[in-house]
Design a binder for this molecule. Structure first.
Ligand SMILES: [Zn+2]
Length: 227
């Protein structure tokens, strides 16, 4: 809240911590970048994010790069990215995520990056898809192409805040589709999202590729909501 206000009146302040940018800093200050809480989940196949999908989706690999902690700078950054029009934050977070995963072939060997799509109504309101912006940041570092709008939400989902885990899953089930299945045959697809909470959105995305022959699906999010 405070950092939102500070940023509104003092755009030269870091949206993560509210402090003034030092010379040469922009978008996110170095202190915030250095203190992003790393999960290092990519180092373990059986990490909690991957395990969450066991028995539900046949994923090659899955990870979240940072922990999402309430009140910490990453929460402020993601809030500014989603609700305050600061899309540059997404690019920088995507770049940071790519650097963290730089040595992890499981993710780096992906052929194409597919951001989790936004419903067109939300896209119109926000002006950009935050997952696509993050995907572009990853692509900046790795050179892997981003192919957005391959999956499209076919209905506007209700707000998820007051729903149980099962209801949330039902709520987003089957709301994506793939335009050009053949284009993904035999490809390794990296699905990118901002925050993983229940994982149900990612599951729906992965399910959409189920009929594509010989494709491999991996998942990366910037943050995961539970430690
Ligand atoms: Zn900062």
């Amino acid at each position: 809240m405070l950092s939102n206000l500070v940023n509104l009146f003092f755009p030269d302040n870091c949206p993560g911590c509210g402090y003034n940018f030092l010379r040469g800093e922009s978008v996110i200050c170095q202190r915030c970048l250095n203190s992003l809480p790393k999960t290092n989940y990519h180092q373990r196949h059986d990490n909690p994010v991957a395990k969450n999908f066991w028995g539900k989706a046949n994923l090659h690999a899955a990870t979240s790069v940072y922990y999402f902690d309430k009140g910490e700078s990453l929460q402020h950054l993601l809030h500014q990215l989603k609700y305050r029009g600061n899309s540059k934050i997404g690019v920088v977070l995507g770049q940071q995520a790519a650097i963290e995963l730089q040595l992890s072939d499981e993710f780096r060997c992906a052929d194409v990056i597919v951001p989790v799509p936004l419903h067109p109504k939300k896209l119109l309101m926000r002006g950009y898809n935050q997952s696509e912006v993050i995907a572009k940041g990853i692509s900046d570092i790795w050179g892997t192409p981003v192919q957005p709008a391959l999956l499209i939400r076919t209905k506007h989902t209700e707000t998820q805040t007051h729903k149980s885990r099962f209801e949330r899953f039902e709520n987003v089930k089957d709301v994506f589709h793939l335009d050009n299945e053949e284009a993904y045959a035999g490809k390794h697809i990296l699905i990118v999202d901002d925050v993983i909470t229940t994982g149900s959105t990612i599951l729906s995305c992965a399910d959409t590729f189920a009929t594509v022959p010989h494709c491999k699906i991996s998942v990366v999010s910037v943050a995961v909501a539970h430690r």
